[in-house]
Design a protein. Structure first.
Length: 356
């Protein structure tokens, strides 16, 4: 079966219909209550990788660890269990939601389709093994794990690209020549966000307006992190605007164009105009050596904003998006700990990357 047919058969594509919040939101809140408490992370830091695998196997990841334990062990077991659990969790959200919210969740989850396409192409570019590529696959979007596994096993990027003929991704992927991977990845990211705003923008629907605001905050933070990296590397080329994503809540492309040519010190001074500055002002200076603390603080701010927003709009799509963001963060934290331990990093280095 061609990919186009699989995509058409995927998520509920209807954008209209009543959403039963009295059923969906309580179940999502119950799911969020099962996330690891912040007190669990110091315990995890004192565990070996095998102990971490056992720990998550006794928590919300039990089915995933049990399913994969016969095939994997150690880091591989944790990695695959986390990816499987994230995929199953998001599928569950689609199953328990209906109407417009189901449609918006499905659009948001296309992020994983884009991530997986980029991961497979990157793996082929770096001559990674199929197994190495599959360790990074998260089948949380419309593309199934089976299909993604078949793609990862293909012998050339041309074969991979041909499988997307007739889909929204093909106009971008057909221009991939085996060398211009960064440009293709950037265009795929922009396609994803353009799609989100196409379904959320200009609508009088409360859910779509809230959904759009949630996405726009994320774009601001993503663009800020890119700008910080560029300033740190002393890159002021206007062509770097191609890396930026349109649609930020506070920092639009016009503002970014003004920020782009500034020195690090000038950039910091300009940031004082935006609400994000108060979240990072105590750790930013022209001579700072690392951006890890800044990126961690911005990610933490987004989590806190989503949680706060969720309390303001308790019967809406916001609690659902808040949970999705929190779940993604938990999986990222667990992955950081396990990968850090496998790489022999010291505890302080691992801790500064956690978003708790």
């Amino acid at each position: 079966m061609r990919l186009l047919q699989k995509l058409k058969r995927g998520y509920n594509s209807g954008s209209k219909g009543h959403t039963n919040y009295s059923y969906t939101v309580p179940r999502v809140r119950a799911m969020k209550s099962k996330l690891l408490p912040k007190e669990a992370y110091p315990r995890l830091m004192n565990m070996s990788i095998d102990e971490i695998a056992r720990f998550i196997g006794e928590s919300g990841y039990k089915e995933d660890v049990d399913e994969l334990a016969l095939k994997y062990a150690g880091v591989d077991l944790v990695e695959h269990s986390l990816n499987r659990n994230l995929s199953v969790t998001f599928r569950k959200l689609l199953n328990i939601s209906d109407g417009e919210v189901n449609f918006l969740i499905a659009e948001y989850l296309k992020e994983y389709d884009v991530w997986n396409i980029k991961t497979i192409l990157r793996g082929k570019y770096c001559k990674a093994s199929t197994e190495e590529v599959l360790e990074a696959i998260v089948a949380g979007g419309s593309l199934t794990y089976t299909f993604l596994s078949e793609l990862a096993a293909k012998g050339s990027y041309e074969e991979i690209v041909s499988e997307f003929e007739g889909t929204e991704y093909y106009p971008i992927l057909k221009n991939y020549d085996g060398t211009n991977l960064s440009d293709v990845e950037n265009q795929l990211d922009k396609l994803y966000y353009n799609g989100l705003f196409a379904v959320a923008g200009g609508s009088k629907s409360k859910d779509r307006k809230l959904f759009a605001k949630f996405i726009r905050v994320g774009i601001d933070i993503t663009n800020l992190m890119i700008l910080f990296r560029l300033k740190k590397a002393e890159l002021y080329d206007p062509q770097m605007m191609d890396l930026m994503i349109e649609g930020g809540l506070e920092i639009d492309l016009k503002a970014i164009q003004k920020l782009m040519p500034l020195s690090f010190e000038e950039f910091i001074n300009e940031l004082e105009k935006y609400s994000y500055w108060k979240e990072i002002s105590d750790m930013v200076s022209p001579g700072m050596k690392s951006l890890i603390d800044v990126e961690t603080r911005l990610k933490k701010h987004r989590l806190k904003s989503a949680a706060s927003f969720s309390h303001v709009y308790p019967i809406s799509i916001v609690p659902i998006m808040d949970y999705m963001l929190s779940k993604q963060n938990e999986v990222n934290n667990l992955r950081i700990i396990v990968r850090g331990k496998a790489a022999g990093l010291d505890d302080d280095t691992i801790k500064e990357q956690l978003v708790i």
